[in-house]
Ligand binder design. Structure first.
Ligand SMILES: [Zn+2]
Length: 281
């Protein structure tokens, strides 16, 4: 794959961090040469999100080892879960959702683990999805191969947002948590805020819903503000890269898009069937 040198070379990343450090004063005494990329993450203004790891939410073990790729991601892809817009904003609900998604992906879809890298609940809790996603994010150097968007699973970070955002916008707190998470991912991996996309930019799907999709320009701006760097235009429409999809039947959309399922193809099961009865909307 080709990484445009303009925003992915280590030198560029360091100079950006250094400029940010001047802005914030957090690393006023650091020199560019002495500032490792992975350690520079806290120089930006946004709060580093508190991400609930797999062990903390009680994830099952993956059915086989997750694959850690040697490359950094090139972009972020935003999804919605197409589940109900619940008003239970608790941590308990967020944990139950994470477990339900994992069970659905492993038992109904036959994947090795949760498909996406991260999940943001309606109550603004951020959770790790696929195992090792958080550790690799913190390393800032590699990514876990995922199952969230055909053609993008080896070159992007997938974020699922709880809810259905076809005609309703996400709660402000959830949106802010998403922006914080995106800024943190951009910071760690040296990505520009312009490299945030919706699932529908790559696959035939309604995901992440018309309303959330329409918010993506604002999201890019808000992430750029958090990063303290001007928002640049995307260099070009990203192209899907050929890759094998070992966890998906190539004839099926491997992403659990319940909106699409509602248009005709009968699902074997839906995510809602995996949510504990007490936590159903
Ligand atoms: Zn999606």
């Amino acid at each position: 794959m080709t990484l445009p040198a303009s925003h992915r070379s280590p030198a560029t990343a360091i100079s950006r961090y250094t400029r940010r450090s001047v802005l914030t004063g957090a690393f006023a005494l650091a020199t560019a040469a002495a500032l490792p990329v992975a350690a520079a993450g806290r120089a930006y203004a946004a709060a580093v999100p508190d991400i609930i790891g797999c062990a903390a939410w009680g994830a099952r073990a993956a059915s086989e080892p997750v694959v850690v790729l040697a490359n950094r991601p090139e972009r972020i892809i935003v999804h919605h879960t197409a589940t109900a817009n619940v008003t239970d904003y608790s941590r308990q609900r967020a944990v139950a959702l994470a477990r339900a998604i994992q069970t659905y992906h492993m038992d109904a879809q036959g994947w090795i683990d949760t498909g996406q890298h991260f999940t943001v609940s309606r109550g603004a809790f951020v959770l790790e999805g696929r195992h090792n996603s958080l550790a690799e994010l913190n390393s800032g150097r590699r990514q876990v191969r995922a199952a969230h968007c055909v053609g993008q699973n080896t070159v992007s970070i997938g974020i699922e947002n709880e809810g259905t955002y076809t005609s309703e916008a996400p709660p402000a707190a959830q949106y802010a948590a998403l922006a914080d998470l995106c800024a943190h991912i951009c910071d760690r991996y040296g990505l520009p805020a312009s490299e945030i996309y919706g699932h529908r930019d790559f696959n035939s799907t309604a995901c992440p819903g018309d309303r959330l999709y329409a918010l993506l320009p604002s999201l890019r701006r808000d992430v750029a503000i958090r990063l303290g760097v001007p928002l640049s235009e995307p260099e070009a429409e990203p192209e899907a890269e050929p890759e094998s999809e070992p966890e998906a039947d190539p004839g099926e959309d491997p992403v659990w898009d319940l909106v699409r399922q509602a248009t005709g193809r009968p699902p074997a099961a839906t995510l809602n069937e995996y949510l504990p009865a007490g936590l159903l909307p």
